[in-house]
Design a protein around this ligand. Structure first.
Ligand code: ADP
Ligand code: MG
Length: 236
């Protein structure tokens, strides 16, 4: 039964090519798994914000997205939802290892994203971890090998990539850069280039920030393939 439900979801996600995002006035109108819908409902999220509507119609179909919307517009759910859904449709499980990577410039942002992921992803079966430094390295080391989803700051992620033989990014299906313009800025350039080199090319990439990253060099560097650009200027 699960199998046929997943097939049906996949089909519906493809059909979203014909949907006008502005007509989607509730999360329930998106073809989402019951687990994600439950998580959203339990946390009081019923109506998608504009950046969520505008990007989900593409990201749920597995397309690369470059989203820009001001602070407070709901960018976190705009990448958490497709991340959960795409791993779900792929029947990702504990034995599959790391499937999705979220990179954000600061520990504080990483914590916030982790909270949203834990709350909204509660009914799913995925394991998630924070790799942000400031904690015991050994603790992170042990945690990392069993995680399906990791939320990381660039420096600490690279540290594990280089030093931790148990850590593999080989099967990563999705990469999210939150505050992408900062992640791709000069200060992180070398670190991010090393990280990006380690990731499989065949993956979905989602970039979100307050301002639109249109620098083609940056987009190529981040591994975006024919990304859809979504710029949103108002909240609702
Ligand atoms: P951004 O990353 O764009 O700055 P966040 O993802 O941090 O924005 O979200 C800002 C606030 O909006 C958070 O408090 C979040 O819980 C709330 N929020 C996000 N999406 C929705 C929604 N669909 N309905 C109601 N509140 C939402
Ligand atoms: Mg944010």
């Amino acid at each position: 039964r699960e199998e046929s439900e997943i097939n049906e979801l996949e089909q519906k996600k493809l059909e979203m090519a014909n949907v006008n995002p502005d007509e989607i006035d509730s999360f329930a109108k998106f073809p989402l798994s019951k687990y994600t819908l439950l998580g959203l409902k339990h946390n009081g999220f019923t109506v998608p914000t504009k950046v969520q509507r505008q990007t989900l119609v593409y990201s749920l179909r597995g397309m690369d997205v470059v989203g820009a919307a001001k602070t407070g517009s709901g960018k976190t759910l705009a990448f958490i939802i497709p991340l959960l859904e795409n791993l779900y449709v792929k029947k990702w499980s504990s034995v599959d290892g790391l499937g999705a990577l979220i990179i954000t410039p600061t520990r504080e942002l990483a914590y916030q994203i982790f909270e949203v992921l834990k709350n909204v992803g509660k009914s799913h079966d995925f394991s998630a971890g924070l790799i942000i430094g400031g904690k015991d390295l050994k603790y992170e080391w042990n945690l990392i090998s069993g995680c399906n989803i990791l939320i990381c700051t660039p420096g600490r992620l690279l540290h594990h990539m280089l030093e931790n033989p148990d850590f593999s990014c080989e099967y990563v299906q999705m990469l999210v850069l939150d505050e992408a313009d900062q992640c791709l800025s000069m200060g992180f350039a070398e670190t991010m280039n090393c990280i990006l080199e380690e990731l499989p090319e065949d993956r979905q990439t989602m970039l979100f920030s307050a301002t639109q990253t249109r620098d083609v060099k940056d987009l190529i560097r981040a591994g975006c393939k024919n990304p859809v650009f979504c710029s949103v200027h108002e909240f609702s």
